[in-house]
Design a protein around this ligand. Structure first.
Ligand code: F6R
Length: 242
């Protein structure tokens, strides 16, 4: 695991975007695994900037997102599909049909989990997976558990996650309680993983995830077992480590 420190959020985002950008340049038809939430927005802004300058071409790229709320219509501004359209897809030349987000309004969510898992496989797996980390240590929406969840599945969000995500909604009561997420094993199958974390409020959980015991109560700790993980964090998030 490589840990790259940056002085601030913009610099952290730019460094992480450099790695994603190299992936797209080296393999123009790569599969990028993408995340939502506040942290990756800076990475997406940087990629958009380089695309606008003519440095990047996403026309052959496929993207596959980690997760989606269950029950939010796709058009809802806080659905992860809307988030990705607004923060990345509509600003670059990735064909929209190449972009994949789990369907949180499928009639049969169990079948949707199986479909999504097969989709990842049919794309040949994820070349580079971008991750954030939740305050609970979750990656995707894999919340602390008694075992490491494996494949794409349905989760009930922890209270602390609902509170953290309430900032994007009118009120906490509007945050969906359930989500569909790629599983830990789905994430671990990615060839390369890039994790971004910023801010003092991520410092404790980041230290536990990177240096603590590997246990399902800290889902991100499993990343210690992956052979190609690069963590980009600002100095506030690395405070405990320094
Ligand atoms: C979102 C996701 C989550 C977030 C995590 C951190 O697709 O997979 O694991 O990465 O909740 O969110 P932020 O970046 O908002 O702190």
């Amino acid at each position: 695991m490589k840990i790259i420190s940056a002085p601030d959020y913009v610099s952290m985002s730019r460094k992480a975007a450099n790695l994603l950008s190299a992936q797209v340049i080296l393999k123009p038809d790569c599969v990028l695994g993408l995340a939502t939430g506040g942290t990756p927005v800076g990475v997406y802004r940087q990629l958009i900037d380089w695309y606008e300058k003519g440095d990047l071409d996403f026309s052959k790229v496929h993207t596959i997102n980690l997760d989606e709320y269950i029950g939010l219509p796709v058009q809802h501004p806080q659905s992860y599909r809307s988030f990705m359209n607004e923060n990345l897809f509509k600003h670059i030349n990735v064909p929209i049909e190449n972009t994949h987000v789990p369907n949180g309004t499928a009639h049969n969510m169990e079948a949707e989990c199986i479909r999504y898992e097969k989709l990842v496989e049919s794309l040949g797996g994820v070349d580079m997976q971008l991750l954030g980390i939740g305050n609970t240590g979750h990656i995707g929406f894999n919340e602390p558990n008694d075992c490491f969840d494996t494949m794409t599945h349905i989760v009930t969000l922890k209270e602390v996650t609902i509170k953290a995500n309430a900032r994007f909604f009118d009120s906490e009561a509007d945050v969906p309680q359930q989500a569909i997420t790629m599983g830990i094993q789905t994430i671990m199958k990615a060839k390369k993983i890039v994790l971004v974390a910023n801010g003092e409020n991520k410092a404790d959980i980041l230290e536990k995830a990177l240096f603590g015991p590997i246990r399902p109560q800290i889902p991100a700790s499993i990343l210690q077992l992956h052979s190609d993980v690069t963590v980009f964090a600002d100095e506030a998030a690395l405070k405990v480590i320094r």
